[in-house]
Write a protein of this length. Structure first.
Length: 377
């Protein structure tokens, strides 16, 4: 058998013949041939010569868009602005979606729905990226969608949207003597099956005995005049205080109550079934006289649409289209009507406080469930 030695780029091979070693010094060509033969030997030991499949990077990304209500007569949808995006990729564990208008979302499922706003027929270039760890591939699709005039803001809660909502964090309720600590944890805010859940819980946290969440559009969306609709199911339990309301965007400069406050819906678990609306102005605030209500037996077991219609003259509050209070002061000035400036939206569940009252000792947790928030102009 030959013996081979490799050193400093020179191959020395000795052959044994008649019990004598006969050396042979190769040149670089012989070296290359020898190394190639070694490579072939080392790679030829298995019966499967196919290359291994790369599972570290997603591949075969597909993307489709289904416009709700689209047909031959309405190729750009039914005017709701809602689109269902379907996507899939081999080896992907999550997806990121850019809806082409500045909004983004992340999901681990293969489908997501989104509602566009902005009246008219508009085109959006939508990008989806499929991820596995830090590896990803992307694909885009062009969507032309029709939105009926009027809808200027919508969240259908198909996925979390940090472009629309932010949080107030802390305890005390800012003067209302509340018992909860507001967080932005998934323990207190969950989106599942197209429903936003704001969960009030009994637990010790940061010195408080209860936790909950307070979401707001401050700094992200505000408006002047229009109609707000929120489809919601309310929590149950003594001491719960869910609210759907608005504050003037100028609160940071003029303060409260000069900014104006519009309580679209408030409910106290200690007065189960009575939903109320109220206005807070410099002329009447805190325990305001500007209030109205109606009674609904199933507020904690069924969804209802809580709404306010805001014009330059008045505010009309309703549930499922049935009005129960109109605010229309005879004299409008900065004291009675600070409502000719933009307002932002707030959703929260408080515990106790000046409106919620005593908290039931048996309370453990309950949620305000919200199907959608829509603003029309």
């Amino acid at each position: 058998m030959p013996r081979a030695y490799f050193a400093l780029g020179i191959l020395n091979i000795s052959f044994k013949k008649n019990n004598m070693l006969i050396p042979f010094k190769s040149n670089k060509i012989v070296l290359a041939v020898f190394l190639f033969s070694i490579f072939l030997i080392s790679c030829g030991g298995g019966s499967d010569d196919s290359d291994p499949i790369d599972t570290s990077t997603p591949s075969n990304l597909s993307l489709t868009a289904n416009l709700v209500g689209a047909n031959t007569n309405n190729p750009n949808g039914d005017g709701s602005g809602k689109v269902i995006f379907n996507f899939s990729a081999d080896n992907a564990t999550s997806y990121k979606i850019n809806f082409g208008n500045g909004d983004t979302a992340e999901t681990s499922s293969n489908s997501i729905s989104y509602t566009y706003t902005g009246a008219g027929i508009n085109n959006y270039n939508v990008f989806v990226s499929a991820y596995k760890a830090d590896k990803f591939i992307s694909k885009n699709i062009s969507v032309t969608i029709k939105v009926n005039s009027g809808l200027i803001f919508s969240d259908e809660f198909d996925s979390p949207n940090t472009n629309k909502w932010t949080y107030d964090l802390g305890a005390g309720g800012w003067g209302n003597g509340e018992s909860q600590y507001y967080t932005n944890r998934t323990d207190n805010v969950v989106i599942a099956n197209g429903i936003l859940n704001i969960i009030a819980k009994k637990e010790s946290y940061q010195g408080a005995e209860y936790t909950s969440a307070r979401m707001k559009t401050q700094g992200k969306f505000d408006f002047k005049y229009g109609k707000v609709e929120v489809r919601a199911k309310l929590p149950i339990g003594g001491g719960t205080w869910p609210a759907i309301w608005m504050l003037g965007s100028n609160i940071s400069t003029v303060g409260w109550p000069a900014c104006g406050e519009v309580d679209i819906m408030e409910h106290a678990g200690n007065r189960q079934g009575i939903v109320s609306s109220a206005m807070h102005t410099p002329s009447s605030n805190g325990n305001t006289s500007n209030t109205g209500s109606q009674t609904l037996a199933d507020v904690s077991t069924a969804f209802h649409v809580y709404a306010v219609e805001w014009t330059s003259e008045k505010m009309v509050f309703s549930v499922d289209g049935v009005a129960h209070y109109t605010y229309n002061p005879a004299t409008k000035n900065s004291s009675t009507w600070p409502f000719d400036a933009k307002q932002f939206l707030i959703l929260n569940v408080a515990m106790g406080g000046t409106f919620g009252g005593a908290i039931d000792s048996n309370f453990t947790e309950s949620s305000m469930e919200i199907d959608y928030v829509r603003v029309y102009q």
